[in-house]
Design a protein around this ligand. Structure first.
Ligand SMILES: [Cu+2]
Length: 149
C-alpha cells in the first residue's frame, strides 16, 4: 500500500510538473506569436506620428504675430496719429469717430476708403516700403501720411 501511495505521489508530481512545464511552455509560445502580428500595427501608428508635421502648424502660427494691425482714428477733423510709421505687412485700420463723414484717400489714389460715416472703418495692408500721403476727399485740408519702413 505504501508503495502504491508513493508511486501515486510520484506520478502526480510528474503530472503536475509536466503540466506545469507544458503550461509554461504553452503560454509563452502564443504570447510572442500574438505580439509578432501586433508589430505591424505599431508601424501603422508610426504613420500617425508622420502626421506630426501638423505640429509644425504652430510654427506658422508663431509667424502670425508678424502681421500687425495699427489703428488710426479720425476725430475732430484730423487723422490720429497724423504721421504713422509701420513695418511692411502692417494693416492699418481707419475708424471715423466724428459725426461728420470722412475718407482716407491716397494722394496717388493707390487707396481710397470711400465715405466713412460715424464709426465706419477702412483697412489697408501696406506691404511695400515708402511714404503714403493721404487726405480726406471731403475735407481736403485733412492730411496725414503713413511711413512704411
Ligand atoms: Cu473729412
Amino acid at each position: 500500500m505504501k508503495i502504491k501511495y508513493v508511486s501515486l505521489l510520484a506520478l502526480s508530481l510528474v503530472v503536475l510538473l509536466g503540466a506545469g512545464c507544458n503550461r509554461a511552455a504553452t503560454i509563452p509560445a502564443p504570447a510572442p506569436a500574438d505580439q509578432t502580428p501586433s508589430t505591424p500595427p505599431p508601424a501603422a501608428q508610426k504613420a500617425i506620428p508622420s502626421a506630426a508635421p501638423a505640429a509644425d502648424l504652430p510654427t506658422p502660427a508663431a509667424n502670425a504675430p508678424k502681421p500687425q494691425t495699427v489703428s488710426i482714428e479720425i476725430s475732430n477733423f484730423s487723422f490720429q496719429p497724423q504721421i504713422l510709421t509701420v513695418a511692411p505687412g502692417t494693416t492699418v485700420v481707419w475708424t471715423n469717430r466724428d459725426g461728420a463723414p470722412h475718407t482716407a484717400t491716397a494722394q496717388d489714389r493707390s487707396f481710397d476708403s470711400g465715405t466713412l460715416n460715424t464709426n465706419g472703418t477702412f483697412s489697408r495692408t501696406f506691404t511695400t516700403a515708402g511714404t503714403f500721403s493721404y487726405f480726406c476727399s471731403i475735407h481736403p485740408s485733412m492730411q496725414a501720411k503713413i511711413v512704411v519702413q
